[in-house]
Design a protein around this ligand. Structure first.
Ligand code: CA
Length: 425
């Protein structure tokens, strides 16, 4: 059987060393081709090296003819939802066909220079758009290091985790309308805050704007209301992963969150990376998650390697200054895995739809340089983080650009996510 993850595969498309997008990756996204004549319509593309492969044109030229695609116009859409909804047998077959067409020993497209010029577009000439139409967004709280840090800061270090935390993947329903693609500026939110020494709240711009380093999975298969997804079948309902920056206004959050939880301190913006990396491409990077103690209830019990070894980092670039890396973490630290999140989400009969996003929650690691938010890195403002230009940060300033990157790497193959970037204005 053809193995698109084979580390020995090479492409005839130039893939620069250190590229996130070798032929083993082939993530899906939505792009517009920008030329001097204008912009193309939004359509489905796949990243390869420094290029985007235009699947609409690839299909029109007949290269996907014998892949059984029920609706060939599915690549001519402004979101991936309709393609994803075709199901894994189809999306997998498309990925395998693309891999086969791009591999160095296949002359079919390689030697057809006219077609090559039509289907391959420089990423610098492509505008990357929101990859999916997000119907619903759920944010989990699945890092034990993050939950412990926050519990230690705001409550009692001896009882940092609330009694439910080790028994269920805590989450809340977020806001889908304000999820934006990488590169979109983030406006500092206004809101109510209550300074500790004030008797009454004040209104104004948040003074404690923060990032949260997260990953999110894209739901790939819908369920009917009243049905649950068994934990053992959950990955059949997950199309792939992307990077997720869940911007947070800590001062607004602190005043508003009792008793119903996060609201305006969280829903003003979240940013996603433009490429969705499939679970198939990530399969070689599966790894064991942390041991769960006490044992979880049977409906949450998983077997085998359920986490992914994905290196993550966050950098802050002050306006006009140099970028400074402030965090290195890894998705494998997550206590609750995606299958458990989705099984728990639907155990009461709540239905999910293609394109829904479920974010992991801030992914902090065990050491202080692996904390996934400024709240933790600067420990509630008590340990300012130095920037390259000599200034310091406890929270984000206007003009700061936050960039998150992620990649899995093994046997000389790097499966990258690109980046998710946003500037505070
Ligand atoms: Ca979050």
């Amino acid at each position: 059987m053809y193995n698109p993850n084979d580390p020995a595969l090479r492409s005839w498309v130039d893939v620069p060393p250190g590229s996130d997008f070798p032929v083993q990756n082939l993530p899906f996204g939505i792009f517009q081709h920008r030329t001097s004549a204008g912009q193309s319509t939004p359509r489905v593309g796949v990243a390869i090296g420094s290029y985007v492969l235009d699947l609409r044109v690839l299909g029109e030229l007949g290269y996907l003819d014998d892949v059984k695609i029920p609706d060939p116009t599915v690549f001519d859409r402004p979101f991936l939802n309709d393609f994803i909804a075709l199901g894994k047998p189809v999306t997998r077959a498309v990925r395998e066909r693309i891999s086969d067409l791009l591999r160095s020993d296949n002359p079919r497209l390689r030697d057809h220079y006219d077609h090559r010029g039509r289907v391959l577009i420089y990423q610098t000439e492509a505008r990357l758009l929101m990859p999916v139409r997000v119907g619903d967004y759920t944010d989990f709280y699945s890092s034990i290091e993050h939950a412990t840090n926050v519990g230690t800061m705001f409550r009692d270090p001896a009882n940092a985790l609330l009694p439910n935390w080790r028994h269920l993947p805590v989450g809340y329903h977020g806001r889908a309308s304000s999820i934006v693609v990488s590169g979109t500026d983030i406006r500092r939110p206004n809101g109510q805050t209550k300074p500790p020494d004030a008797a009454v709240p004040v209104f104004g711009p948040s003074g404690q704007l923060d990032f949260e380093l997260e990953m999110a999975f894209v739901v790939g298969k819908a369920t009917e209301l009243g049905r649950s997804i068994p934990v053992s079948k959950a990955e059949e309902h997950i199309f792939g992963l992307l990077l997720f920056n869940d911007w947070s206004a800590r001062d607004i959050q602190a005043w508003e969150y009792v008793p119903l939880g996060p609201f305006l301190g969280k829903n003003f913006a979240s940013s996603v990376s433009p490429w969705v990396v499939t679970l198939e491409a990530l399969a070689p990077f599966r790894t064991a998650g942390p041991a769960q103690e006490p044992p979880v209830l049977p409906y949450l019990q998983t077997e085998g390697d359920q986490n992914y070894d994905i290196q993550l980092e966050v950098a802050i670039q002050p306006d006009g200054g140099a970028e400074k890396r402030v965090c290195r973490s890894n998705a494998r630290y997550l206590y609750w895995n995606a299958s458990q999140q989705l099984a728990h989400h639907t155990v009461n009969g709540c239905n999910v739809n293609v394109g829904d996003l479920c974010a992991s929650g801030t992914i902090s690691g065990p050491t202080p340089d692996a904390y996934g938010s400024l709240l933790e890195l600067a420990w509630k403002g008590t340990q300012p983080i130095p920037m390259a230009n000599g200034s310091v940060r406890t929270f984000l300033l206007d003009g700061d650009t936050v960039t998150m990157r992620g990649y899995a790497e093994k046997a000389g193959v790097r499966i990258g996510f690109g980046e998710v970037r946003g500037k505070i204005v």
